[in-house]
Design a binder for this molecule. Sequence first.
Ligand code: PLP
Length: 349
Amino acid sequence: MKVPSLLIDKAKSVANIERMLQKAQDSGCVLRPHFKTHQSHETARWFRELGIRKIAVSSVSMAQYFAADGWKDIMIAFPVNLREMEEINELAGKVRAGILISSKGVTSMLRNKLKNPVDLYLKVDVGTHRTGFDPQEITSIEKELEDAGKNEMLTFRGFIAHAGHTYQTGSKDEVKAIYEQGSQILKQLRNHFSSCFPGIIISWGDTPSCSIIDDFSGIDELRPGNFVYYDLMQWQLGACKLEEIAIAVAAPVVAVHPGRQEAVVYCGAVHLSKEYLVTSSGEKIFGMVVFVDEHKKWSFPPSMLWVDRLSQEHGILRGPVEIIRELKAGQLLGVLPVHSCLAVHALRD
Ligand code: PLP
């Protein structure tokens, strides 16, 4: 490996998928994994081999990419972009496609724009305040569903939520509280609307809650994505162990400065993104360094070595002098990323 590139540990990733699938099955839920984290046909096939058939993606182009490899049930779990109707129509002519409405008035704007049937999901804001209907505003939701009923190409399938505020929590109890509250909201909506729309589902998904909570009884579908590889952010949230992180970025050493306890790797912001964590001692870190062997497997140094700062192509490592002084220019290290979705997006072929 000559330049920064992705290292994926298949065994760890498959174990992560199996664990999440088992949890979903034990709770009576369908697992509809979000594929934006890996964006890879190869990784997608590990899911398929375990019997998974329904997926979520975050763009129309991602849906097209997976449709091209035989995926037939794809929810575009991002507010529908009315400027891509041509592509959505084409997709919906080939696969079962789901679209998301997340604010009032959009459903009526789909009138005469759909050429093929699509599944419609309403996104509900369960506290993240990024997108979604306010669950208190039942009349807005009723109006939206009334508009959906007038469009013969739309079939309302249910309510979805992404509790992104789990990423801002400091304890597992906070994540559990978010799930308790958010899942109640979805269950109430399903109760309220199921007489008019029998068979509607409620779909929940974010990696922190799907990893930390064990029992999802009463939820129909789970849509986590990041769990396929995990990353340092999930580790800090308590959603995974360090050993479960299935992704590293290969980082060639290009300079060693033992005098200041630093080394430089070819692996910068364009490879890792500028996402960082703040450690318990208050330090900002941009990645965790691992040793990489000739089989592309990684292991942990005897003490922590962090990516301390980044510029476009440089990653500056900081750590104990005994480790730094043993590093050699030309050696290959790995960096566990803070946010795997962004590292994948930057480095995928
Ligand atoms: N569903 C939706 C609507 C999302 O926006 C996301 C991620 O942003 C996911 C599922 C997957 O969540 P996570 O990245 O926490 O695994």
